[in-house]
Design a protein around this ligand. Structure first.
Ligand SMILES: *Cc1c(COP(=O)(O)O)cnc(C)c1O
Length: 410
């Protein structure tokens, strides 16, 4: 992979015509070390945020030993890269064949479920010669509110708190370890999301009267984007730890989390070229079908900066972007603040695209080509503290919580 100090070095050396993913190994290592040292439990990397094998190796090097996979392909990938990793198959609706292969060939012992049908499926697929598996950790996925999050995960999965006790009791019968998991939605802008979810967890445990061995708070840990500066991750961890300690569970219980975005967002940015300017609209060579799906479909605003040898003195103006395909939907509203004199041929670095950026790229309309380069400057915005202190002070919290635009995906 080509190496340079920063985006400008890459632009000068490669003069790339297609978008270039700029990866920052140090940022991934920092994020992994941060979660391994600061989260008061085990951190499972949610592979769907970015399945790059380079990133996965870095997270391992930074101390991540647990991986949340949602498909059999993700399970095979992690097993092939990391023979020692612990895998959790946390999609609540799985093909029976996938459960069979995960258990019998890939060493997966942790599964999630949110229905009696899925429980029966897991029991069938993990049995050997008609004898049920005795080493399963089964996590019942509870439905919780996504009210504090930018991307909802509240409608598709999860059993309601009223129906949860029966499923918990049934699961307890066949599980070696019983867990409760939930997902507050992605980019949870307030730690209150987790505190609220714990109220549901408590109610379900009390009502079912079962012994619970694992509490898995899922993902949702936020990254920093323009206009979205959440409180520090330490604040989230403190709220979670307090709520967890107050649950009626055994002393040997474990606390888990499944960060996707927070472990991967800083890892990469994308270097794009301006092909045309029409007023304050820039036609760039990456878009909704490339790494900017969320910018187009949920109006995510990524940090941007002009990459030009002689820095522009012009004032910053708001731009929107059009991607390279022929589709009107290939439009990123932004606004993205860039110097007023930006022109075709200029390069732009779009930051924080390590999560749900490269992972969502398609080849639609023939624009799938990309390359990768390694850079060693700082990520454009980061919530992972460099020296153990939060990068963003906690007191920004009341000022920057914005009205929620809740869309439904993942
Ligand atoms: C998507 C997902 C995650 C990761 O969510 P982030 O918001 O990226 O942290 C974790 N767990 C499950 C079950 C998911 O579906």
């Amino acid at each position: 992979m080509y190496k340079s100090h920063n985006a400008l070095g890459v632009a000068r050396a490669m003069q790339p015509v297609a978008p270039v993913t700029l990866v920052r190994p140090e940022a991934a290592l920092d994020a992994a070390r941060f979660f391994t040292s600061a989260f008061p439990g085990k951190s499972f990397y949610a592979v769907k945020a970015n399945p790059s094998s380079h990133l996965i190796q870095l997270l391992w090097d930074g101390g991540i030993r647990h991986f949340d996979v949602a498909s059999i392909a993700e399970a095979r990938l992690i097993r092939s890269l990391l023979p020692e990793a612990v895998l959790a198959f946390m999609h609540p609706v799985k093909a029976e064949e996938a459960v069979f292969e995960a258990y019998h060939s890939l060493g997966v012992r942790i599964f999630s479920l949110d229905s009696h049908e899925e429980l029966a499926k897991i029991v069938r697929a993990t049995a050997t010669d008609g004898v049920n598996a005795a080493d399963l950790t089964l996590c019942v996925r509870l439905k919780v509110s996504s009210a504090h999050s930018k991307l909802s995960l509240a409608s598709k999965f999860g059993i309601g708190v009223a129906d949860a006790p029966a499923l918990l009791l049934a699961t307890r019968q066949v599980a070696d370890a019983l867990g409760i998991c939930f997902h507050v939605g992605s980019q949870a802008m307030s730690p209150a999301a987790y505190a609220d979810a714990f109220a549901f967890v408590r109610a379900a445990i009390v009502e079912a009267g079962v012994t619970v061995d694992v509490i898995d708070v899922g993902g949702g840990f936020p990254s920093c984007y323009p206009g979205m500066e959440p409180p520090s991750l330490e604040t989230y961890f403190a709220v979670i730890e307090r709520a967890y300690e107050a649950l009626p569970i055994s002393y040997s219980a474990e606390l888990w989390c499944e960060p996707g975005r927070a472990l991967s967002a800083d890892y990469s940015s994308v270097l794009v070229r301006v092909e045309r300017r029409r007023g304050n609209e820039l036609y760039i060579n990456d878009g909704a079908y490339g790494s900017l799906f969320d910018a187009a479909h949920v109006e995510w605003r990524y940090p941007v900066r002009l990459v030009r040898a002689d820095a522009s003195e012009a004032e910053l103006v708001d731009f929107s972007f059009y991607g390279p395909t022929c589709d009107d939907m290939d439009h990123m509203k932004g606004p993205f603040a860039l110097p007023a004199d930006i022109r075709p041929g200029d390069y732009i670095e779009i930051g924080q695209l390590g999560a749900y950026g490269h992972a969502m790229r398609t080849g639609f309309n023939g624009f799938g080509e990309t390359s990768t380069a390694i850079v060693d400057d700082e990520p454009m915005l980061s919530l992972i503290p460099e020296d153990g202190r939060p990068a963003i002070p906690d007191n920004v919290l009341p000022l920057t919580i914005r009205p929620l635009t809740v869309a439904t995906r993942r």
